[in-house]
Design a protein around this ligand. Sequence first.
Ligand SMILES: *Cc1c(COP(=O)(O)O)cnc(C)c1O
Length: 416
Amino acid sequence: MKQSLEHTITREGIGAERAIELWTDVIEPACLTADHPRFLAFMPNSPSIYAAAFDGVVGTASIYAGAWLEGAGAICAENQVIRWIADLAGFPASAGGTFMSGGTSGNLSALVAARHRALSSDSGVTRGNAKVCIGEGTHSSVRYLLESVMGVEVVVVPADDRGRLTGKLLRATLDSMGSEARAGVFAIVATAGSTNAGTVDDLQGIADVAEEGRLWLHVDGAYGGAGLLATEKRDLYRGIDRADSLIIDPHKWLFGPYDSCAIVYRDGAQGRAAHTQNASYLDPLADAEEMNPSDLGMHLTRRARGIPLWFSLAAHGVGAYQAAVEQTLRTARQGAELIRANPDLNLLVEPDLSVLLFERRGWTASDYTSLSERLLNDQVAFVTPTQHAGKPCYRLAILNPKTTIGDIEAILELMH
Ligand SMILES: *Cc1c(COP(=O)(O)O)cnc(C)c1O
């Protein structure tokens, strides 16, 4: 691969035909197909054909979607989707947001807005004492962003027996802190769909504690936020309407192409206050009536990456999205039943959503790794091991409605 690509950047150019040949023969074959129904590792991607096709339109239309002045039409369409998400979450009319590159940049934008609000008030929070509470199942990006990017201290709240953050445990942690340390806490990150186990935190209980302590509640629904569409799961999300900010990645469970994260603030003005850049060359944008997407997150220039979802959602209708999410949940439920019925296997966490975490009795880490290698080499499936409570195990993330119970069965059969 390296040899084929090594001398492709030349003064004269190699020509489009040769470059396309390289794409077809060398580049693409060396990348996994994340929308294959048996890509079950990490977070699969399964864009609808409409969404994937419209990503090409966005790429070729040369629309600057950072500000209304240049990108009004695209932004107005994206905002229909932002409003749809705000309604799913039960956010008020003041809600506002935009599409960013991924959950990591969305989480950062939310946390920066949270800190901005705390520093601009008489909360007692300073740059020196600032702290954020997270759970044991909080995504790795949050800890990294707080500690390495923002320089904010992390307080990890112990998890309940299913790995979730609860209001009770959060309150106990806050109560156990000295009043001086406690004064610096400005936000709580709750997870609606943890990446490793797919569990949803106790949002209602957490929202109670956040409200009492006047703390910003950020809900990371990068993966699981899409579960709001499933009627049978609505109860799991009770309390989400009380969040100050929410993220959902369309490139995970909302059938959008890479790369895309919807960030929605309950009060869009809080996002704008934190993220507006000031420069004289940007002054023509400053007094826009509408909020410019560039002011709502950690970016300036941006592609209209919400448009593929807008097009697909508008064309297919919300019902098709709900059916697709419910289909993956059904497959996950059937997969959990197969695991329960198999005496060699042990389901480690009762799944809230569409991630299955289980072990093969008697297996060590290397057994999982070698089966993973075999599955990939034989082009059967892409599954990677993980850990739960310090023990190696398998994890299947079922986000693609084309994944069938037969696909899951084929993998489980190889674990005898
Ligand atoms: C995937 C994920 C992220 C990170 O999102 P990226 O789009 O990969 O940056 C954050 N939080 C959760 C819960 C996730 O599942």
